[in-house]
Design a protein around this ligand. Structure first.
Ligand SMILES: Nc1ncnc2c1ncn2[C@@H]1O[C@H](COP(=O)(O)OP(=O)(O)OP(=O)(O)O)[C@@H](O)[C@H]1O
Length: 308
């Protein structure tokens, strides 16, 4: 999905805040966080329901393109699910549904019990603070006229952090993503791709989200920066207990970040399962092709029940 597209545009505005709505410090572990009350917080789980539930979602674009054809997925609080598939398989369309930028033609999307597309006003702002987005291309999603720190401060402002607290919070968020706070003074053109992606992650974390949708967050980076961003995302999840929907065409990257993986082809899930199982013994020929593309090796076919 293009970062300049509707998700990037809206999430840049919506994906901002203080975490005040949920009373959390995004840098804390869940068990040390007095604000995290899974049972009393209707959004973290809803009577045991998953944090995110997409049920049999169908989306056809004007002009007839069937982008999603009955896709279901669930992510529990703190879980990490990967979505892989080649270009055009429907990954970004699913991200747009989850972020409430598109409505499904059939099926349902529920985040913390809410339909993200139908939310309006204060409720929308409070829920969106908990549902964040990291785009593919941070250079396209960050306003070139704003300093990096201003972009994060804007996120804090939209979600109600009082002005006197913002500079300190920006510095804390920069440190949290492994950036020297001094870099907050630079504009996007003065930062590397990896640094920019960390700024985009800091901006997403500013609201204290429960779920971050990452759409190909490393594909614009070189191998080294890619690995460092994957490590950062892993560490942030361990530290804060947030959940990820991690979208990529690259099974190798997804394997490191996700426990559960769905393989999407032409808008349908052709295979899903634990990341390690898909990696070791993919059942579907399409998954095997994705694996071969990611690694250069030909995976063994998964054992079948009985020979024909
Ligand atoms: N706004 C649109 N109008 C019409 N068709 C669209 C639109 N956006 C996407 N499509 C089509 O829907 C299908 C799924 O597109 P989508 O962007 O979800 O795929 P993707 O897996 O994210 O691809 P990529 O990895 O290239 O971003 C494609 O066939 C695409 O051409």
């Amino acid at each position: 999905m293009s970062a300049e597209g509707p998700v990037g545009a809206r999430a840049a505005g919506a994906g901002v805040g203080t975490g005040r709505e949920s009373g959390r410090d995004p840098g804390r572990k869940p068990d040390s966080d007095p604000g995290r009350e899974p049972d009393s917080d209707p959004g973290t789980t809803t009577g045991g329901a998953p944090l995110l539930a997409v049920e049999r979602a169908v989306k056809r674009y004007p002009g007839g393109q069937l982008a999603l054809d009955g896709v279901s997925l669930r992510i529990a609080a703190g879980g990490a699910t990967g979505l892989v598939g080649e270009s055009g398989s429907g990954k970004s369309t699913l991200a747009r549904l989850v972020l409430g930028l598109l409505a499904p033609d059939a099926g349902t999307v529920r985040f913390a019990g809410h339909d993200p597309y139908r939310l309006r006003g204060r409720a929308a702002r409070a829920v969106r603070a908990r549902l964040q987005f990291v785009p593919q291309n941070p250079r396209g999603s960050l306003n070139p006229a704003l300093r990096a720190g201003e972009a994060v401060a804007l996120a804090l402002r939209v979600h109600g952090t009082p002005r006197p607290e913002r500079a300190e919070r920006v510095a804390a968020l920069f440190r949290q993503v492994g950036l020297e706070p001094e870099l907050a003074r630079r504009r996007p053109r003065e930062l590397s791709g990896g640094q920019l992606q960390r700024v985009a992650i800091a901006r997403a974390l500013a609201t204290g989200p429960d779920l971050v949708v990452c759409d190909e967050p490393t594909s614009a980076l070189d191998r080294g920066a890619q690995a460092r961003v994957v490590d950062l995302l892993t560490e942030l999840r361990e530290r804060t207990g947030l959940a990820y929907l991690f979208i990529s065409h690259d099974l190798a990257v997804v394997r490191h970040l996700a426990e559960h993986v769905l393989v999407l082809r032409n808008g349908r899930v052709v295979e899903e399962g634990p990341a390690a199982a898909l990696w070791d013994a993919p059942a579907d020929p399409y998954t095997r092709a994705l694996l071969a593309a990611a690694t250069g090796r030909t995976a063994p076919a998964a054992p079948t029940a009985a020979p024909p």
